[in-house]
Design a protein around this ligand. Structure first.
Ligand SMILES: *[C@@H]1O[C@H](CO)[C@@H](O)[C@H](O)[C@H]1NC(C)=O
Ligand SMILES: *[C@@H]1O[C@H](CO)[C@@H](O)[C@H](O)[C@H]1NC(C)=O
Length: 314
């Protein structure tokens, strides 16, 4: 501050509080403002200007170098190199309320409108993206044939048409049905560049349900076999008894033409709607759904290749 440098140190005159402050603000004797002379202020400002300019330049240069190594459309680490790996998980919708993050229980009273509404709205929100009008790239969407890939750069449509009945908004996804069960939608997690390896009658695993093995054998050599198959089953003997008949829309699996996901503009994940025709009422049913391809391994703990949820309809 304003310590006077004289050859002999002389005690500064005693000043009042206000006086010493105003001297600090502007010292007319030495022409110091806040304890520094004009040229001192100029030097210090110049120093900081150069210092920060250099800092900004360095930071910008590093950021530029970093961005050179990234691709906005494609992850840097792919499949097995990446943390998410090459074994896709299965997910289900509707999800239970956020207040219960750990919960996988879908429980409702089919005759309670407000209760049912939550699940229906949850599904409608999830399915919004499947409406072409909400897709940011509607021009990129093609109608694909089973097993036939779209034009490069285009994506296959997922059409929720009347074949999905009653798993449609206009049918309330069947949650309000007085006797039938709900529709639950399954989705395979997107993994960039993942190609499913399809089953044929030479490579069926022993743990695959017989009805699916028979189906794959009967479709040998047809494009319908280019499918990531889906099965859903009760987990325990009681669950198997209570689960009742199940239908899958549009098919019991995700068709091959939707793969691989390469972040194409407008890409829509394929869906499978699982319609529980007549689950037992008033009991909790444990359900496990699995996705089947040669390169999907099932691991219940890691939640890979399969999904578990509970259903209770009152
Ligand atoms: C369920 O709700 C939908 C739409 O709100 C309605 O169209 C349908 O008829 C209802 N179903 C039953 C069984 O009440
Ligand atoms: C069946 O799949 C295997 C791969 O597991 C493949 O090598 C073989 O060519 C396939 N067979 C037919 C008839 O497509």
């Amino acid at each position: 501050m304003s310590e006077k440098k004289s050859e002999y140190y002389t005690r500064p005159p005693k000043l009042g509080k206000w006086e010493s402050f105003s001297t600090f603000l502007w010292n007319s004797e030495t022409s110091q403002f806040l304890g520094r002379t004009g040229s001192s202020w100029a030097k210090i400002l110049l120093f900081y200007a150069i210092f920060y300019a250099a800092l900004i330049g360095f930071f910008a240069a590093m950021l530029t170098v970093f961005y050179q190594t990234l691709d906005a459309k494609k992850p840097k680490w792919l499949l097995d190199e990446s943390l998410i790996g090459s074994n896709p998980g299965l997910g289900f919708r509707p999800m239970p309320p956020d207040s219960n993050v750990e919960s996988t229980l879908i429980w409702y009273k089919s005759n309670d409108k407000g209760n049912v509404l939550y699940w229906q709205e949850e599904l409608s929100r999830f399915l919004e993206l499947y409406n072409k009008d909400n897709n940011p790239h509607p021009g990129n969407i093609e109608d694909c044939q089973q097993g036939v890939k779209p034009t490069p750069g285009k994506v296959c449509d997922v059409k929720l048409d009347n074949k999905w009945q009653p798993c449609l908004a206009k049918d309330g996804y069947n949650y309000n049905s007085s006797s039938g069960g709900p529709c639950i939608f399954l989705k395979l997690n997107k993994i960039y560049g993942w190609h499913p390896e399809f089953f044929n009658n030479t490579n069926l695993p022993n743990n695959m349900p017989n009805h699916l093995q028979d189906k794959i054998k009967s479709l040998e050599g047809t494009p319908e076999n280019k499918m990531v198959w889906v099965t859903c089953e009760g987990e325990n003997p009681a669950d198997i008894e209570n689960i009742g008949a199940i239908q899958f829309f549009p098919a019991p699996g995700f068709a091959g033409q939707y793969f691989p996901f390469q972040n194409q503009d407008g890409y829509i994940s394929p869906l499978v709607a699982v319609y529980f025709e007549k689950p037992a009422r008033g009991v909790l049913i444990n359900i496990e759904c699995k996705a089947w391809a040669l390169n999907i391994h099932h691991d219940r703990v890691d939640r890979r290749g399969s999904v578990h949820f509970e259903l209770m309809v009152d």
